[in-house]
Design a protein around this ligand. Structure first.
Ligand code: HEC
Length: 193
């Protein structure tokens, strides 16, 4: 076990654990005075114990911060701070986080989707018919506006031009098959599963 003498040569340790060492040295000096000893050099500081003090302080600080965080979140929820009114959009940060989390969640689950060949006239025609029947009310289509109710949804259904161009087919399939929780995006209805 390394032992540093006060005013001794172990400068690095003293630098790192200075606060704890000075507390211990102070206590030691007081003790020495009580016992009638006058030489400070007789106070030897146990470095391992000082490191333990530093670690204990760090853990206690972390635990206190964690507890404050939990209490803060509970208070935020219980006091109803977040406005759930659908007459207002999510604020920019909330919208970004929810949208990003949704995309990561879909990516983490779409690996197993087997994508068939998607071209071919018959497949396109049946896709267009299904889109008209199940999707255009919310997402609109070229020359077709979404239904008025869809304009009041939060998050609002996006125009699918960009995801259609940028998302891999397996991710789009996953979203259509499973839907997205806490949005109006439905999963495939049971009869079609
Ligand atoms: C009742 C309204 C509604 C219907 C019907 C609907 N959607 Fe959605 N859709 C949404 C909403 C709301 C979102 C979530 C938007 C967000 O999170 O930004 C969404 C998200 C999506 C997304 C993810 C794109 C993105 O960036 O959010 C795709 C792809 C999608 N829908 C395709 C479809 C298809 C294809 C159909 C038809 C089979 C369909 N949707 C039917 C409301 C709907």
């Amino acid at each position: 076990m390394a032992v540093c003498q006060w005013y001794g040569s172990c400068t690095l340790e003293i630098f790192v654990i200075a606060p704890a060492i000075s507390m211990r040295a102070g206590a030691c000096a007081l003790d020495a005075r009580k016992r009638g000893l006058h030489r400070m050099a007789s106070c030897q500081v146990d470095v391992m114990k000082a490191v333990l003090i530093v670690l204990e302080t760090a853990f206690a600080t972390l635990a206190a911060l964690l507890l404050a965080g939990v209490i803060g979140v509970a208070g935020f929820v219980y006091a109803g701070v977040y406005d759930v009114a659908a007459t207002k959009h999510h604020n920019g940060l909330t919208h970004y986080l929810l949208h990003y989390a949704m995309q990561r969640s879909v990516k983490a689950r779409s690996d197993t989707v087997h994508v068939p060949t998607l071209d071919g006239r018959a497949r396109l025609d049946s896709g267009i018919a299904l889109y008209r029947q199940h999707c255009s009310q919310c997402h609109g289509a070229p020359g077709v506006a979404p239904e008025p109710f869809a304009l009041g949804l939060r998050p609002a259904p996006v125009n699918l031009l960009e995801p259609g161009r940028d998302w891999p087919a397996r991710d789009i399939y996953w979203v259509i098959r499973h839907g997205i929780k806490m949005t109006a995006m439905p999963g495939a209805i049971p009869a079609e599963r």
